[in-house]
Design a protein around this ligand. Structure first.
Ligand SMILES: Nc1ncnc2c1ncn2[C@@H]1O[C@H](COP(=O)(O)OP(=O)(O)OP(=O)(O)O)[C@@H](O)[C@H]1O
Length: 357
């Protein structure tokens, strides 16, 4: 005999909630999931009424569920938000091109306007081209740094008040673990924040912060949402994968570990000596950075000068290489040497400002 829904609605249960162990029917699961997101949004005061929100839309399960639920809650509770979808096309053949088709489908299904920005337009390189230069080992560094900035640039171009991403509870617990495994105490203090300041006035928010990945997949499945589920073709080497495997193993023993890790990260007190550096503006592109020259500009400069490994590793090493090149430039460069870093003038802000969106 099928068990009854534990919400006592009288219907039969069709699933067991991974987060709580409750047996629920479809309708009560939808309600529980949506109520939790609504609770997260209201408790953290994520959005002010009459504002605009860009949803980082990759076509994957998290951002698809985020777009669907935000639209639904916006209408149900009258948040008074104007929603946009913002997609970054990294230029990964067989992955992003297909997932962007899914985002376009979501744009039509949910009636939310979509803006697509590509790495090729922003940086002059696709990820396929970058991987051909750097190989598969460190390509995630390029992709992560460029995507972060590209999303900020997109949010600025759309002139929105918030940028919402689909980061879920598993992502955040993984990040806490990763920062611990790397001894990156400074990042620990901000990786659990539900609202982060990107340094240019457009806060990033994570409405799915407390949603378990398994429940997001269930929600998308039972709601019959269209999403793209293939792993990035370049992802298997990412360090995050190790934290992910560890977390999944721990979750099998006790699903509460995900919330426990987030809770530990939130309540941990980081010493003054380990605080994140203050954000400033990159002297090259004018974009937000914790260094004089932002990581995106350093990586791009390396690519353009045939030194793709320039930005991989410690920033002190990068600074030394850049200083040495500055000296060389003063001594001998006639401005025609393609390998000399002095011809990194193509990184001026105008390159980005000229972009037609
Ligand atoms: N190419 C992209 N364009 C726009 N937003 C993106 C893109 N890639 C990632 N994001 C945003 O960052 C969030 C976390 O990205 P991550 O790479 O961890 O993907 P994920 O956990 O597989 O999420 P999803 O299922 O939405 O793809 C996504 O939910 C989305 O909001």
């Amino acid at each position: 005999m099928p068990s009854k829904c534990s919400a006592k609605c009288g219907r039969n249960a069709v699933l067991k909630r991974p987060k709580t162990g409750d047996s629920l029917c479809k309708e009560c699961f939808f309600e529980a999931f949506e109520n939790e997101v609504h609770f997260t949004v209201t408790k953290a005061k994520l959005f002010k009424p009459n504002t605009t929100v860009a949803i980082g839309a990759s076509g994957g399960k998290d951002s698809t569920v985020l777009a669907y639920v935000l639209k639904l809650l916006n209408e149900k509770y009258d948040y008074k938000l104007k929603l946009f979808l913002l997609s970054i096309d990294e230029g990964i053949t067989g992955y992003r091109d297909d997932s962007l088709d899914t985002v376009k489908q979501n744009r039509d299904d949910y009636d939310i306007p979509l803006k697509i920005l590509s790495y090729k337009d922003l940086y002059g390189w696709t990820m396929d081209e970058i991987v051909a230069e750097i190989g598969r080992k460190n390509n995630c560094t390029f992709c992560g740094v460029f995507r972060r900035q590209a999303l900020d640039r997109g949010a600025n171009l759309l002139k929105v008040d918030y940028l919402a991403t689909g980061h879920n509870a598993d992502d955040i617990a993984e990040t806490v673990l990763m920062n611990i495994l790397r001894g990156d105490v400074a990042r620990l203090s901000r990786c659990t924040s539900i609202i982060t300041d990107s340094g240019d006035g457009i806060p990033r928010v994570k409405p799915l912060k407390y949603c378990y990945e398994k429940e997001i997949v269930m929600y998308a499945y039972f709601r019959k949402l269209v999403y793209f589920s293939t792993e990035c073709v370049f992802a298997p080497n990412a360090y995050r994968g190790h934290a992910r495997i560890l977390l999944k193993d721990l979750e099998k023993i006790d699903p509460a570990v995900i919330m426990n890790i987030i809770h530990s990260g939130e309540t941990m007190k980081v010493s003054e000596h380990s605080k994140m550096p203050t954000l400033t503006k990159c002297t090259r592109c004018g974009y937000v950075s914790s260094q004089e020259i932002c990581k995106a500009c350093v990586l791009l400069e390396g690519l353009n000068k045939g030194l793709p490994r320039l930005g991989i590793g410690k920033s002190s090493k990068v600074k030394r290489i850049l200083e040495e090149n500055e000296k060389l430039k003063g001594a001998s460069c006639n401005g025609e040497d393609n390998k000399c870093l002095c011809s990194g003038n193509d990184l001026k802000p105008s390159k980005f400002n000229d972009l037609k969106i």
